[in-house]
Design a protein around this ligand. Structure first.
Ligand SMILES: [Zn+2]
Length: 326
């Protein structure tokens, strides 16, 4: 009683620990906070036991959250992204150590697709679909998109190079680029390195690079390179049949920037397709860089193709991994 009659003011250091304790308890409103604070501050400074309890609680308040962070597995602290570029080097290293040893190398390209489809069609489409494939596979990361690819002679220009915006690099440079990228991923511990190309023209270059690297690394090497041609092939076979079954003609479906091409893009990167212009402007032809008619293209039709691309790619990759790790 004597002590309570003459309480000594609480030291500043104790006020600080009380504040930390209250913050940690996250009291829901300021009134409650003040009631508890006043009660704690009323503790006579000479009451050693209470002061010690108070200090101990405050110490726990500070250390517990730190201990919780330390005990959290590395994976949940890491960025959950499957895109290699979004991870830090150490985040990537721990993902590989935890079993993410497959990497997809999406290959796009910059080429004209007539007046209604943006130049980066292949890049955007392959980035979106590769991420979906990786998500479905699990333990798989996605490399940056290869955006510079062979598109024909530059001068005098051939093929798509005759139209503004197309970028073409020599096939040898393209193959050397793929080689360097795959070798880098092998160096970092990836075991299955997979090329996924969205454009028809360079599919055989992918095969050549994969064969060359696998030959160089040898049969017993832990790493393999695969050229996943099925990703592209399915858009030229089963997807075309899907569209024909829905009544579209080969002339509409087309070979470049027609119904099939535009639908696939509407389902992945719709802002790249000028739907308003398609509906109102004159139909472009071969001289405009278009083979096919995109008038009836829809995202819904495109999704038929993309689902096929994802399912086929996932199944083929699973088989490749199974064979490789037998
Ligand atoms: Zn193309």
């Amino acid at each position: 009683m004597k002590l309570l009659a003459h309480p000594r003011p609480v030291r500043r250091s104790h006020k600080i620990v009380i504040f930390l304790l209250l913050s940690w308890l996250k009291l829901p409103n300021i009134t409650e906070y003040n009631v508890v604070k006043n009660k704690l501050i009323d503790i006579p400074a000479r009451n050693r036991m209470l002061r010690r309890v108070c200090s101990l609680l405050a110490l726990l308040a500070i250390t517990l959250p730190l201990l919780t962070i330390a005990a959290t597995p590395a994976a949940t602290q890491n960025n959950p992204s499957i895109m290699l570029e979004e991870l830090t080097s150490t985040e990537l290293r721990s993902r590989i150590e935890q079993g993410a040893t497959t990497i997809l190398i999406p290959i796009g390209g910059v080429e004209q697709s007539g007046p209604f489809i943006a130049l980066g069609k292949h890049n955007r489409r392959v980035a979106v679909i590769a991420a979906m494939i990786a998500q479905k596979l699990g333990n798989t990361l996605v490399a940056p998109v290869v955006a510079y690819v062979p598109e024909g002679a530059v001068n005098p220009p051939t093929g798509h190079m005759r139209f503004s915006g197309t970028i073409s690099i020599p096939p040898a440079a393209f193959e050397a680029l793929l080689e360097g990228a795959a070798a880098s991923f092998r160096q970092h511990g990836f075991r299955d390195i997979i090329f996924i190309g969205d454009h028809g023209g360079y599919q055989q270059n992918e095969v050549r690079v994969a064969q060359k690297l696998n030959r160089t690394w040898g049969k017993d090497d832990p790493a393999r390179v695969h050229a996943l041609l099925d990703y592209y092939d399915i858009t030229q076979t089963a997807f075309i049949d899907d569209l024909k079954k829905r009544g579209f003609s080969s002339a509409d479906i087309g070979l470049h920037a027609g119904l099939a091409d535009a639908s696939l893009l509407l389902a992945t990167a719709p802002s790249m397709v000028r739907t308003g212009a398609i509906a109102h402007e004159p139909k472009p032809g071969v001289n405009d860089g278009v083979r096919g008619d995109a008038t009836h293209a829809t995202a819904e039709l495109g999704r038929l193709g993309i689902e096929r691309q994802i399912d086929t790619s996932v199944n083929v990759i699973k088989t490749l991994l199974h064979e490789h790790h037998r």
